[in-house]
Design a protein around this ligand. Sequence first.
Ligand code: NAG
Ligand code: NAG
Ligand code: NAG
Ligand code: NAG
Ligand code: NAG
Length: 603
Amino acid sequence: MLLYKSLIVISFLFLAVSLSHDQVEAYDVKAGPVRPMVKRDERRSLIETEYGRISAAKISGTDGTRRPYYLQFITLEPNSLFLPALLHSDMVFYVHTGRGRLSWADEDDIRTLDIRRGDVYRLQPGSVFYIESNLEQEREKLRIYAIFSNTEDDSYFEPVVGAYTSISDLILGFDRKVLQSAFKVSEDVIEELFNATRPRPIVHALPKKKKSLWAWEARFLKAFVGDRDALELEAMNGKKKKAKTYNILDADPDFKNCNGWSSTVDRKDLRLLKNSNIGIFMVNLTKGSMMGPHWNPMATEIAIVLHGQGMVRVVCPSTGKQSDCKNMRFKVEEGDAFAVPRFHPMAQMSFNNDSFVFVGFSTSTSTNYPQFLAGKRSVLQELDKQILSVSFNVSNTTINQLLARQEEYIILDCTSCAEEEESIMQEEIRREREEEEAREREKERKREEEARKRQEEEEARKREEEEARRREEEEERKRQEEEEEEARRREEEEKREQEEEERRREEARRQEEERQRREQEEEEEREREERREAEEEEREAWEKQQEKERRREEEAEREREREEEERQWDEGQQKEEGGEFVRAKVKISGDGNRMVLTNVLKL
Ligand SMILES: *[C@@H]1O[C@H](CO)[C@@H](O)[C@H](O)[C@H]1NC(C)=O
Ligand SMILES: *[C@@H]1O[C@H](CO)[C@@H](O)[C@H](O)[C@H]1NC(C)=O
Ligand SMILES: *[C@@H]1O[C@H](CO)[C@@H](O)[C@H](O)[C@H]1NC(C)=O
Ligand SMILES: *[C@@H]1O[C@H](CO)[C@@H](O)[C@H](O)[C@H]1NC(C)=O
Ligand SMILES: *[C@@H]1O[C@H](CO)[C@@H](O)[C@H](O)[C@H]1NC(C)=O
């Protein structure tokens, strides 16, 4: 007790090594895929330090309707310490390898338990526990496989708060003031608690002996574990109560034959399992053997492979919806976990070259008697043969043969069964992959087809667009041509009109010219006429003048002649008077002709 209590104090006060985010994760329950089989490398790693690691797996039976079970795989390097934690649920564990010491406090006591390979134990909800690994010569790691369950809730683990919580997280969740009052310590102590870097959940082990404790450490623990223990502690006289463990490897197997053995640990074997709904079993199949086909009427089995490899065949009991529940076969190897729900007939097989060992937790609230199908202890032996023959629709001879031959039971010889199963599985996987590939190809083909269709549509669309564009261009061209034609026609028209105009103008001009010419001609004609007339007149005038002239000349001539005559007359008058009269006479007449006449008459 002293050690335990001092450890807690020390872990609070001196081991506050390093705060890390995986502190939180260590208690996380998210644990990777939830399937009936979880490979070792599919576990979710919660923490990993140089002193150890914790990984977790959620596992469910084939029917996805129920909540998964929660497993943890705790590995401590030699001489390491898993720091105190408050357990939230039932924890049943199996020690796979190594040695160490489990310490825990429950309501009334503080206990320790030396643990080693093959040990199984159960811790109850509400326990505060921590684990140390021994520093041994072989330096073997302490490996613990644990399942967590809630007793009151049919073994299903409530994941909200996680499986356990670090004690320091619990304490330091309070305010300083509250803690100071609760623990009655100085501010410095609390400050130091808060100031410290939080350690990761697994640390290096402590020096074994601690000589003395300060008074405040005692008070601290008093607050934590209660007065009675604290008083014991203060007396430095505490003695841990040793608990007894159960080693499944030491116990006599429930069943054993040359094909292997199986062992179960239940309430009868381990008092501690009382009130627990978890049982533990272990199976060792020698080479080429089989745990005969059987089902569990009450329990779901969650198994972890400890050694070797094996094939597990699970038959779906449901004849209804095939998609939800289907027959399975899987190969498992060391570290893998697999679950088989109740009523699912199963068979586990070892290969010809190695034994196949697995430990399992069976979860049930009442006693589970596995029901085997084949061999002497077959449930079928209990049934009426004739009814059986009707069930199978075969002859009762066939049924008799079916049930008579197998001398062995439970664990049977099954040479090359695992190999056969494996090849079937591989074949199935291959076929599935092929189908998957075929589906992929089909999908790809469809995709391609769609792509092609799209492309074709695209091309068609393009062609249409092209066509439309071409038509448009064509129309445009036609329109242009028409416009050009129109323009040309208009031009020609204009030209023609111009020409016409020109011609008209020309015509007009010509006519004008013609007119002018005519006018001119007429003018000229007129002028000519006029001139002619004028000339005529002139000539006439001239002629008249001439005539006149002539006449005047003639007159003058005649004058002269008359004058001559007169002169001559005068000359004669002078001789003959009378002449005067004649002359007067002529003068009065004035006219040549008459003058002439007169003259003539006178003559
Ligand atoms: C808290 O830590 C800081 C450094 O991390 C240090 O300076 C300080 O003194 C510490 N306080 C106490 C009360 O230990
Ligand atoms: C399982 O059985 C084989 C063969 O009988 C034996 O060699 C092996 O040690 C056994 N394993 C365990 C874990 O008991
Ligand atoms: C045993 O045989 C199985 C299947 O043939 C093979 O996968 C496995 O590796 C073998 N184990 C050993 C230890 O040789
Ligand atoms: C039993 O099998 C035979 C064929 O072997 C078939 O004709 C017959 O209908 C079956 N009986 C029932 C009840 O299905
Ligand atoms: C088989 O069943 C028939 C009835 O269907 C019965 O008459 C006969 O005796 C049975 N044979 C054996 C070998 O049990």
